[in-house]
Design a protein around this ligand. Structure first.
Ligand code: AMP
Ligand code: MG
Length: 336
């Protein structure tokens, strides 16, 4: 199949493809999504095929309004309405009890459904004009870093999907927060993301965090949590925060003739930079939103470089730093 790249002026073509049961990648404020009509089982199957995504990992449905979301949940509790009125459109996905006409593979046999309204004009226009909610995971090959540009999507999925709407680079750079509100008195973050727990606590009071596990035997509430994720082909390690120790470990790798690629802040690069010719800068130290925005691009760039091993900087797990570290720890191990 030829994958056509569209400008925003050609959106009508994408709308027709969605109506015809094809899959189309589109920009959102978090990462590029791979969309199909969430009410059409055959169309949704094409998403799993194109990505090589395990069937037990359910998809988020994307809506263009709160009213559209209400059609697919048994109840929209008052607490969820508060989240929506503060953070929609935006990078917060709600998990609620499902109802209505949604393809069964979207929810992977769960009684719940994950829904969000993206904060991107092209995404909203596409959903509105298609007239159906779009099931849409990130538009990468399963396991690889999520795409933050149309080029990333093209590299992963060329020949496997009908088209890509190019809307430029995404803003947040990491996926949405997945918030389980099936028990509205115990809102629980299943995956940290673009809307932080600190922000959610301003409207909900205490917010809980689901523990993650790598075990295939573990049956987590958010099935996506059990898979290794966001990972380039080359080995990735997280640098210890102590720079002297980091320098020593980098030296040891170079003694073993490894070619080190650094994914670090500008400040850390000044301290360590001379050690490596391959690097990608994450922005200023202490600005995790800059690192979140550049993480996936950096992992992809260094994967294509001469580096044989990628070393990434750790950030504090506060604010969006928590989401950054969640993705990094799924892609990497700590360097020891
Ligand atoms: P992605 O589409 O790659 O951004 O991943 C979507 C995330 O939402 C995965 O971690 C899924 O496991 C999670 N998810 C989707 N639907 C549900 C649901 N009904 N209940 C819990 N988690 C969900
Ligand atoms: Mg994904």
């Amino acid at each position: 199949m030829k994958t056509e790249r569209l400008t925003k002026k050609e959106l009508a073509k994408a709308v027709n493809w969605i109506k015809d049961g094809e899959v189309v990648a589109f920009p959102t404020e978090t990462v590029y999504g791979l969309g199909a009509d969430a009410t059409n089982e055959e169309a949704v199957q094409k998403i799993f095929q194109a990505k090589g995504r395990p069937a037990d990992n359910p998809l988020i449905i994307h809506v263009a309004s709160v009213e559209q979301a209400e059609q697919y949940v048994t109840c929209f509790p008052e607490e969820a309405k508060r989240v929506v009125s503060n953070f929609w459109p935006g990078a917060c996905t709600l998990v609620l009890n499902k109802k209505g006409d949604i393809a069964s593979s979207v929810t992977a046999d769960l009684n719940t459904i994950a829904i969000r309204m993206p904060n991107h004009p092209l995404a909203l226009e596409l959903i509105e004009q298609a007239g159906v909610p779009l099931a849409a995971p990130s538009a990468n090959s399963s396991g690889k870093p999520s795409p933050t540009t149309a080029d990333h999507v093209y590299k992963d999925l060329n020949g496997k999907i009908r088209g890509i709407i190019d809307g430029g680079a995404t803003g947040v750079g990491l996926e949405s927060t997945v918030l389980d509100m099936t028990d509205p008195k115990k809102p629980t973050i299943l995956r940290p993301g673009g809307v932080t727990s600190e922000q959610l606590e301003t409207v909900l009071g205490k917010v809980y965090h689901e523990k993650t596990s790598d075990s295939e035997l573990f049956a987590p509430k958010s099935p996506g949590m059990k898979y290794r994720h966001y990972s380039p082909d080359k080995p990735v390690y997280i640098l210890p925060e102590n720079l002297e120790q980091a320098e020593k470990l980098i030296g040891a790798l170079e003694d073993k003739k490894e070619c080190v690629g650094l994914l670090v802040s500008e400040d850390t690069f000044e301290s360590l930079g001379s050690l490596s010719s391959n690097h990608f800068l994450l922005g200023r130290k202490g600005y995790p939103e800059e690192a979140a925005n550049r993480l996936y691009e950096g992992l992809r760039k260094l994967d294509e470089s001469d580096a044989t091993v990628i070393l990434a900087e750790a950030y504090d797990k506060t604010g969006i730093g928590r989401a950054y570290m969640n993705r990094l720890e799924k892609a990497a191990e700590w360097l020891k």
